[in-house]
Each structure stands twice: as structure tokens, then as C-alpha cells.
Design a protein around this ligand. Sequence first.
Ligand code: HEC
Length: 126
Amino acid sequence: MPMRGAAAVGACAALLVGGCGKTGGGPTAIAGADPGQGRRVIERVGCGACHVIPGVRWPQSRVGPSLEGFGRRALIAGRFPNTADTLALWVRDAPALSPGTGMPAIPLTEQEARDVAAYLYTLDAR
Ligand code: HEC
């Protein structure tokens, strides 16, 4: 089997939780973003210090809202449309969108922010 095929299968496996493409109901997977990488970023920077995030190993606190089922939410922080671009901006610079929010800016690259957003979109608990 050519390498390209194998890589595509691997990418699909990474998206398995999100259903490998459209999940029906929740937002779609983000092009060029890797949810598995996003989960590792979430663990590295410690989003779990403030959020309950399914699938993330971290002593999770409830300073911020639980992110359970976030892939199905229509709004971010009850105010902003839950689109990939807005979510990627929110996770690295929430105060830019919402001055005075309790969520701090987090030092992430744009790619990391998109990977994190992609992981949050796999959270589609039924
Ligand atoms: C210091 C605590 C803290 C940290 C660290 C933190 N957050 Fe938050 N987060 C919050 C708070 C507080 C809110 C609620 C903000 C609001 O409603 O204005 C929030 C809101 C959110 C929301 C919107 C939730 C909703 O119900 O709409 C998302 C998504 C989110 N955070 C993701 C993350 C991610 C991803 C990280 C790590 C990159 C992270 N947060 C790190 C405190 C934190």
C-alpha cells in the first residue's frame, strides 16, 4: 500500500473520537489541525487547572466551566459563536475577545491553538 494511503488512515484514526469528519450536530473537524496534538498541548499548558476536560490527565478543577460536550455548544462563554477561528482565538487570548474575562491569555502558537480547538471539538458526549 502506498505511504499516502497509510498516512490518511492514520489521520482518520486521530479523528476517531470526532467521527473522522463531520460529527453531525457539533462543529466539523478543523482542516490542518490535529486533535491528538491538541490534547497534548492542553496537558502541557494545564488548562485542567481551571477546567474539567474529558480525556485529559490533569487534576481538574472547576475555576472555569466544564468543557464536557463542548463540540456541541453553540456559543463560547455564552457570547461568541462557536466557530473554529473564534475558538482558536479564545483559547490563546480570551481577554482579546472578552476584556475582563476570568480566562487568562495562554501562550500558544496559532497552530497549537487550532489543535486545541480541534480537540475540544471532539468532545461530543452524548
Ligand atoms: C486560570 C484559569 C483558566 C485557565 C488556565 C484556562 N481557562 Fe478557560 N476559562 C476560564 C474561565 C474563568 C472561563 C469562563 C470565561 C467567561 O465566561 O468569560 C473560561 C472559559 C473557557 C472556554 C469557554 C467555555 C464555555 O463554557 O463557553 C473555553 C473553550 C476554554 N475556557 C478553554 C480553555 C483552554 C483550552 C485552556 C488551556 C489552553 C484554558 N481554557 C485555560 C479559566 C481558565
